[in-house]
Design a protein around this ligand. Structure first.
Ligand SMILES: NC(=O)c1ccc[n+]([C@@H]2O[C@H](COP(=O)([O-])OP(=O)(O)OC[C@H]3O[C@@H](n4cnc5c(N)ncnc54)[C@H](OP(=O)(O)O)[C@@H]3O)[C@@H](O)[C@H]2O)c1
Length: 274
């Protein structure tokens, strides 16, 4: 695995584990929990020790499954992210939400707590003060946001007194290059980690059939999915959280790490899908 510096003295793996769909979708479905626990553990063993979940996923059951999966591991080896849903952004609701997440995860603290989506109906200042409170109380080591554009990210930061926004989790892939324009340059300048979600475009980028990606995969002796993930993690201040429930997929995805596309191929690939 390769790591990037997340904050002073704190590193996270360039590839983490997405969990949307684990334990159910919008409501709990425990029917595949054993399988999910096995695949999360396989991912951790492969070095993908950053696990991304949310209170919204499977109505909270996803956090419970993650909690079960991580039990045998040393807490300090893991980097656990969860998120507060946009209907819980009032001050007291944020605090209640993180306590619920910690209970379901079976943890005393998470590493990163994110505002899942902005909600214009709730003053952002109130939400960010609550996020800061969560950090002060030790419920989370770092705070951040998700699905925030650059101006909202700057606004969110302006409401924090003693903390900084450590990460913004947004959709970013060869097929969704929106963050490249203004958000990523800002994150790189300010030292905000851009966590790329849906990095394989829901699996589409891992399939053969697209000539440019197939050509690059052939040239580097990799698969299209490995090239697509490598394209993301080659960029400063970008890490990715592909979701894979199949162990073969997890093994394939870690093959995106430990090599680099040439700068020319990186540029060509980006242009081809822009
Ligand atoms: N903050 C937000 O608003 C937000 C929104 C969306 C997602 N997320 C987070 O980001 C994570 C990843 O995004 P995502 O789940 O939307 O999409 P994704 O990671 O781009 O794609 C997941 C899909 O790709 C398949 N896949 C993975 N590796 C593969 C491989 N090597 N070959 C072929 N297929 C492969 C998976 O199949 P199998 O499962 O069958 O292996 C799954 O169907 C989520 O799980 C979630 O944690 C956050």
């Amino acid at each position: 695995m390769e790591y990037k510096e997340f904050a002073k003295g704190v590193k996270i793996p360039v590839l983490g584990l997405g969990t949307w769909g684990i334990g159910g979708w919008e409501t709990p479905d425990p029917s595949r929990d054993d399988e999910s626990i096995a695949s999360l553990r396989a991912g951790i063993e492969l070095g993908m020790t950053h696990i991304d979940t949310a209170e919204f996923y499977a109505g909270g059951h996803c956090e419970e499954v993650v909690g079960q999966a991580i039990k045998p591991y040393d807490r300090e080896e893991l980097f656990i992210t969860t998120k507060v849903w946009h209907t819980h952004l009032r001050y007291d609701d944020v605090i209640k939400a993180i306590k619920g997440s910690l209970r379901r995860l079976g943890l005393d603290y998470v590493d990163l707590y994110l505002v899942h989506w902005p909600n214009p109906a709730v003053p952002l200042k109130e939400t960010m003060r609550a996020m800061e409170h969560c950090a002060e109380e030790g419920y989370t080591r770092f705070i951040g946001v998700s699905n925030f554009d650059r101006s909202l990210l700057e606004e969110a930061q302006s409401y924090l007194k003693d903390h900084r926004i450590a990460a913004n989790q947004v959709e970013y892939s060869l097929l969704e290059q929106g963050p490249r324009e203004t958000l990523l340059p800002y994150c790189q300048r300010e030292g905000v980690m851009l966590i790329a979600y849906t990095p394989l475009a829901k699996g589409r980028l891992a399939m053969r059939g697209s000539p440019v990606l197939d050509g690059m995969a052939y040239k580097y002796g990799k698969t299209p999915g490995q090239v697509a993930l490598n394209w993301l993690i080659s960029q400063d201040w970008v890490v990715a959280i592909p979701k894979a429930s199949q162990i073969e997929h997890l093994k394939e995805n870690v093959g995106a790490v430990g090599w680099r596309l040439s700068p020319e191929d990186w540029r060509r690939l980006g242009e081809a899908y822009r």
